[in-house]
Ligand binder design. Structure first.
Ligand code: PMP
Length: 457
């Protein structure tokens, strides 16, 4: 009985987390999760939930209670817990090899501890190259207005509509915004007959306006996650690749959400045949069993730091104290083995198809469902007041659906509410071990919740 340990009171009184002072939890504090097993978690009051967002933020890809990962971490910590990346270590070397085998074209792994930090490292590489190769030009980094890249000042500078970011300003210079590619919310002047190419061409317009010789990189999520689960339409990625090549711009893909199987391939970009120069990843790398993130580059990017290296310039000297040591890669290695041994990529594709099929059935039933989209087990359901105008529902409506599901023992997610407008999308990212029964339970909870909310509108 965790309540007798006073965890809820201690949490309310002392922990600074983002729900601690949130109105509905003023008296009780937010729920405290005390146990997980498979797809399910339990709170301190003993309530059981089906977790359809893998730890609230699409992280626990292989599910809870994986003793094989916990054992590997324990064994590694007993054997050798820490030595900085000034030296090599066994799990980092083994995991790098395994990871690179799944990323044809990529070759070098830099380790750190969070998605934000992995993106910071990518930005730093771009800036270093700007100085090293382009005499201080090409320092600008393009980011998309509905993408999110992290919590640090530089990653917030690259996170489009993060409304609350203004309290953290001023931002890092030379981050430049380009438009999203959400076909359901296509810009008024868009060419709807070839929207993918049109949307990619909007990036080119910004490049030309800024001057191609000032732009070092384009940073994109393979599928925008927190901004509303937005997959780029056909034609987009090939055109993006062409633009990057034409203007000598590095393509940095942020796989923090999609990476390690979530969309049914190892990485989201692999659906589109695109060839990035830098790939960042975090959450699903060790499914939440250890803090680990990676910035992976091509050998060509790495090579740029090799020639006439001046050790005082620190091209290689960039140590993150805990990066790559050693619990992280030990967990990540077993995480990848589980995905392979249990065929979780295929399962993610298969269960995702099934889930979207069932959600499209719900769409027939409820006009409030404007759009169902996603890939593999990354799914978005956009709610609208009116299908023909696509006017978004209020944020409260999405919160009510989530609250109703929670009462029925199912945890769902929603658009990052820090974004301006468009807080109208339900986000689902159940673990890759999902079964048909889990998907049925999830759809039943959504059906019930939407029926209730729709009847009150
Ligand atoms: N990139 C993306 C696409 C993300 O969704 C997130 C986290 N939600 C981050 C980066 C930042 O990762 P972290 O919270 O581990 O710093």
């Amino acid at each position: 009985d965790f309540d007798s340990l006073d965890v809820v009171n201690n949490d309310r009184d002392h922990v600074w987390h983002h729900l601690a002072q949130h109105k509905p939890f003023e008296k009780t504090g937010p729920m405290v999760i005390v146990k997980g097993e498979g797809m399910r978690v339990w709170d301190s009051k003993g309530n059981e939930y089906l977790d359809a967002v893998s730890g609230a933020v699409w992280t626990v890809n292989v599910g809870y209670g994986r003793t094989e990962i916990a054992d590997a971490v324990r064994d590694q910590l007993v054997e050798m817990n820490y030595f900085a990346q000034t030296a090599g270590n066994v799990p980092a070397a083994k995991f790098s090899k395994k990871l690179i085998d799944k990323m044809p074209g990529m070759n070098r792994v830099y380790f750190s501890n969070s998605g934000s930090e992995a993106n910071e490292k990518a930005f730093k590489i771009v800036r270093q190259i700007a100085h090293k190769k382009y005499g201080g030009k090409k320092t600008k980094i393009l980011y998309r207005d509905r993408d999110y890249h992290g919590t640090t000042i530089a990653t917030l500078s690259a996170s489009g509509q993060y409304e609350r970011r203004n309290q953290y300003g001023p931002f890092v210079p030379d981050f430049v915004e380009v438009p999203h590619c959400c076909e359901y919310r296509a810009q008024d002047d868009a060419d709807k007959s070839d929207y993918g190419v049109w949307a990619a061409n909007q990036i080119e317009k910004v490049i030309l306006a800024e001057g191609a010789d000032t732009i070092g990189a384009l940073c994109l999520e393979p599928i925008t996650a927190g901004g509303g689960v937005i997959e780029a339409p056909a034609g987009y990625w090939p055109r993006v690749q062409e633009i990057c090549k034409q203007y000598d711009i590095l393509l940095h893909i942020d796989e923090v959400v999609c990476g390690l199987g979530r969309t049914g391939t190892w990485f989201g970009y692999q659906h589109y045949g695109v060839k990035p120069d830098i790939v960042t990843m975090a959450k699903g790398v060790a499914s939440g069993y250890a803090a680990i993130s990676c910035t992976v580059t091509t050998e060509a990017v790495f090579e740029m730091f090799k020639e006439d290296e001046d050790p005082r310039m620190g091209y290689f000297r960039d140590i993150s104290t805990f990066g790559g040591c050693t619990a992280g890669p030990a967990a990540a290695l077993v995480n990848m083995e589980i995905i392979e041994n249990e065929n979780l990529l295929e399962n993610a594709s298969h269960q995702g198809e099934y889930l979207r099929g069932r959600l499209n059935d719900l769409k027939e039933k409820y006009p409030i469902i404007g759009d169902v989209r996603g890939k593999g087990l990354l799914v978005g359901i956009e709610l609208v007041k009116d299908r023909s105008t696509r006017e978004p529902v209020e944020e409260e409506t999405v919160m009510a659906v989530a609250g109703h599901c929670m009462t029925n023992g199912v945890i769902i997610g929603r658009t990052n509410r820090s974004f301006k407008a468009l807080n109208n999308t339900i986000c689902l990212a159940p673990a890759l071990i999902s079964t048909k029964e889990d998907m049925d339970q999830l759809v039943a909870a959504l059906d019930d919740a939407i029926a209730d909310i729709a009847s009150k509108m």
